[in-house]
Structure formats: structure tokens, C-alpha cells
Design a protein around this ligand. Structure first.
Ligand code: NDP
Length: 408
């Protein structure tokens, strides 16, 4: 059994805390810390009501590496699970380095002042983590996270060379609100208002935001309009699987969502440049976040399901042309029943818990240094997905969407 410190008491923090508490054979003392102590206490009380392991709580400002290090010294965890915001990745990584504790997160670092996310900042810790004998597992949610495990699994078991990868992410859920984001609104809106980007023939192709779209049919759901976005796992996937000729990420958005987003953008509410308001500097996007529903509160009336998977084409183990599709569907209401969360928090929190379990118990998943999920053995992760609430399906040599060239 190993003690863990979880930082961040939002939608994902709720799922990770409950899932850790449901697995007392792996996780010993659990401490949940966040900026707002009352949110930690509510989650801890939720665990108590479910009859789960006791959860300790603490207040921390994770923008401050010294505060995090002091908390680590006090709690003495073996691993810190960071499910706060991407802005806190580096201070928490610094604190782990200074105290010799393993680190895991679900989203890559993003500086507050620039809407730009990339791995360079976190990969720069590789040597220092290696020397300290500690491990950082980056981006261990669903996407990033499981999408890379899916791709590594496909590569290991079905392909000699992967050529075309399309990650497709559908949320066919309805939370009954006019407009809300499924994870932190600030991070979500920063992500989707940036130019789109995909990998083709050895370089990044940049496109205006949301400019490439078409209906894609999702299992059990049917066709949904899907948009090409830049998503962080593409950066490590094309590096770790250099045979990929093209790699893209698609996400569904409903018409009402896009209309709201367009209006908010047109009136300047998604800007991260501070404006003066009644003598104070305020960032419009931060203000918008304050008036939108918190992702953790969407669960109770959420219906429908998510479907996220990887569609891959390339050469099979014997050099034959091969197509492969691997995916998970997750129902919002099942997530609510199990841990009082909506499906997007659930599909992020369960993989983070599985990554933590493997890091703490499986020799293939304990390597000093800084790692992305596709760099480790996918098999035990795939097995645990089936056991902990995110069962997956696969189809080999099926017709994939029509956009693939017939001869790669
Ligand atoms: P929420 O906004 O619901 O929760 C974020 C939590 O972090 C809040 O409790 C917040 O505290 C806390 N926090 C913010 N700043 C600090 C700080 N300086 N110090 C301590 N705590 C802080 O977001 P989600 O739970 O939806 O998302 C959590 C993370 O998961 C995000 O990084 C998101 O990008 C990532 N994610 C990853 C996905 C994947 O598939 N890989 C998918 C979805 C999300 P307070 O309550 O006081 O604001």
C-alpha cells in the first residue's frame, strides 16, 4: 500500500479521490488538497457516505512550489496526482523533484499569459527526474492518456507500421444547460479557440480554428459533426511513432455550443488579455469561467454517453494493409451512479487512478524520468480499464471513415 497526495478538488479530483479510496489494496493514506478546502471536505464526506477509506484534506496554493513541497513533507506520500489546472504542472513538478516523490498529471503545462500548450517545458525535467530516481507520468487522463495507450496497444499487437491515425472524441451527452464546458471552462475554451493543427508528411499543418469538420459515425451514437482540433497527445505520438504519415484529432460540438462560443468570442469574452473594469484589471475569460457552471456540478441530470477511440490504418504484422479501431463508450448516468460525476470527469479520473496504480505496483510502469503514456507497456493498462469502469472494444479490418486514401 502506498500513500498518495491528490491536488485539485474539481470534477476530476472527485473521481480520482473516490476511485483511489475504492482500492485500499493499492492506496494507503489518501490526502486531497486544493485551493478551496471546503471542496476537498465535500469530496471526503462523499467518500465517507459511500463507506470508502478515510480521506484527509488540506488547503494548498499549488502555484507556489514551496507550499506544495511543505505539504509533501508533512503528508509523506509516495506519489502526487495533479488534477488541478495545467498552470500548476511546473510548480508541482518542482515540489516533487525537491522532495523525491513521483508525479502524475492529466494535462500538459500551459503558461497563464499565453494560450499555448506543449510538452517542451515538462520534457525538460527528464534528466533531473532520472537522476533523482523518480518518475513523472504525463497526460494520464483519457485524451491525452488512454488514446496513447490505445495507439501503443494497436502498434504492439496489430501493426508493423502505423501510417494514419485519427483520434475521434464524441460527447453525445445532454446536461440540460444552455452552455457549459465539461472540464475547466478556462482551459477548455483556450484549447478550442486556438488554430487547429494536424501532422502530415513530417510537418504540422495549421488551419483556422474549427475550419475542418464533417460528420463521423460513432458506435452506439450515430453520426455527429466532428471538428479537427490540435490536441496535446499528437505531439508525443508523432515523435514516438515516426512511421505515422498523418495524425489528427477530431472532437464533436453541437450547433448550440458553437453558436454560444461564436457570440462569446465576437464580444471579446474569451480573451485572455486583461481589461480595466471599475478600476480593476480583469481577464474576460476568467470572469466568464466564474459565471459558467462548474464541470463537477453537471453530473446529476446528465444523460447520453461519450465515445472516444483511435482509428488507425497501416501495415499489419505480415505487411498486409490493416485497419484497426479501438474505443470506449461511457454513459454519463453510470458515472453519476458510481461516483457522482459526469462522464468527462469520469473518463479522465479513472485512467489517472489506473496510471497511479500501475506506477505504484507494476515494474513496467515504474521508470525514473519523464514519460508519456504510449512509452510504457499498454497491456496492463488495457486490462485495468476493463476492470475499473472503462471497458473497451476493438474491430480489426473494418471500413474506417472515407477520408483515408485507398493506397497509403
Ligand atoms: P475543475 O475546474 O473542476 O477543477 C480544478 C481544480 O483545481 C479546482 O478544485 C481548483 O480549485 C483547483 N485549483 C486551481 N488552481 C489551483 C491552485 N493554484 N492551487 C490548488 N488548486 C487549484 O477542472 P477539472 O476537474 O474538470 O479538470 C482538472 C484537470 O484535468 C485540468 O487540468 C484539465 O485540463 C484536466 N483534464 C484532462 C482530461 C484528459 O482527458 N486528459 C479531460 C478533462 C480534464 P478551486 O475550486 O478553488 O477553483
Amino acid at each position: 500500500m502506498s500513500d498518495v497526495l491528490i491536488i485539485g478538488a474539481g470534477g476530476v479530483g472527485n473521481v480520482v479521490t473516490k476511485k483511489c479510496a475504492m482500492n485500499p489494496d493499492v492506496f494507503g493514506k489518501i490526502t486531497l488538497a486544493s485551493r478551496t478546502l471546503s471542496k476537498c471536505d465535500t469530496i471526503a464526506q462523499g467518500c465517507a457516505k459511500m463507506g470508502l477509506s478515510h480521506v484527509n484534506t488540506a488547503k494548498v496554493d499549488a502555484d507556489d512550489a514551496r507550499q506544495v513541497a511543505a505539504l509533501i513533507e508533512k503528508v509523506q506520500p509516495k506519489l502526487v496526482i495533479n488534477v488541478a489546472l495545467p498552470y500548476q504542472d511546473l510548480p508541482i513538478m518542482d515540489a516533487c523533484l525537491n522532495t523525491g516523490v513521483h508525479y502524475l498529471d492529466t494535462a500538459n503545462y500551459e503558461p497563464k499569459e499565453v494560450a499555448k500548450f506543449e510538452y517542451s517545458w515538462q520534457w525538460a525535467y527528464r534528466e533531473r527526474y532520472e537522476k533523482a530516481g523518480i518518475m513523472a507520468l504525463l497526460g494520464c487522463g483519457f485524451d491525452p492518456g488512454v488514446t496513447q495507450v490505445f495507439t501503443a496497444y494497436a502498434n504492439k499487437h496489430h501493426f508493423s507500421e502505423m501510417h494514419y491515425l485519427d483520434i475521434i472524441d464524441c460527447n453525445a451527452g445532454d446536461h440540460g444547460k444552455a452552455f457549459a464546458t465539461n472540464f475547466n471552462p478556462e482551459i477548455n475554451i483556450r484549447e478550442i479557440t486556438q488554430p487547429g493543427r494536424y501532422w502530415e508528411n513530417g510537418e504540422w499543418v495549421e488551419i483556422p480554428a474549427m475550419s475542418i469538420h464533417k460528420p463521423i459515425s460513432y458506435p452506439g451514437i450515430g453520426p455527429k459533426e466532428s471538428y479537427v482540433l490540435y490536441h496535446e497527445e499528437l505531439e508525443s505520438l508523432v515523435k514516438n511513432f515516426p512511421t505515422l504519415k498523418r495524425a489528427r484529432f477530431w472532437m464533436t460540438f453541437g450547433e448550440a455550443y458553437i453558436t454560444h462560443l461564436n457570440v462569446l468570442q465576437n464580444v471579446g469574452m474569451t480573451s485572455i488579455v486583461p481589461v480595466k473594469f471599475q478600476g480593476m484589471d480583469i481577464v474576460p475569460l476568467e470572469f466568464l469561467k466564474a459565471v459558467l457552471p462548474e464541470p463537477g456540478t453537471l453530473g446529476e441530470n446528465y444523460t447520453g454517453e461519450t465515445s472516444i477511440g483511435c482509428q488507425i490504418k497501416g501495415l499489419g504484422k505480415r505487411g498486409e494493409e490493416t485497419t484497426y479501431y479501438v474505443w470506449n463508450n461511457c454513459k454519463h448516468q453510470d458515472a453519476w451512479r458510481e461516483v457522482q460525476a459526469q462522464g468527462v470527469s469520469y473518463t479522465t479520473g479513472v485512467p489517472a487512478t489506473i496510471g497511479a496504480m500501475l506506477l505504484l505496483t507494476h515494474s513496467d510502469w515504474m521508470k525514473p524520468g519523464v514519460w508519456n503514456c504510449e512509452e510504457l507497456n499498454p497491456d496492463p493498462f488495457m486490462e485495468l480499464l476493463n476492470q475499473h469502469g472503462l471497458p473497451w472494444n476493438e474491430a480489426v479490418n473494418v471500413a474506417l471513415p472515407h477520408e483515408y486514401p485507398t493506397s497509403p
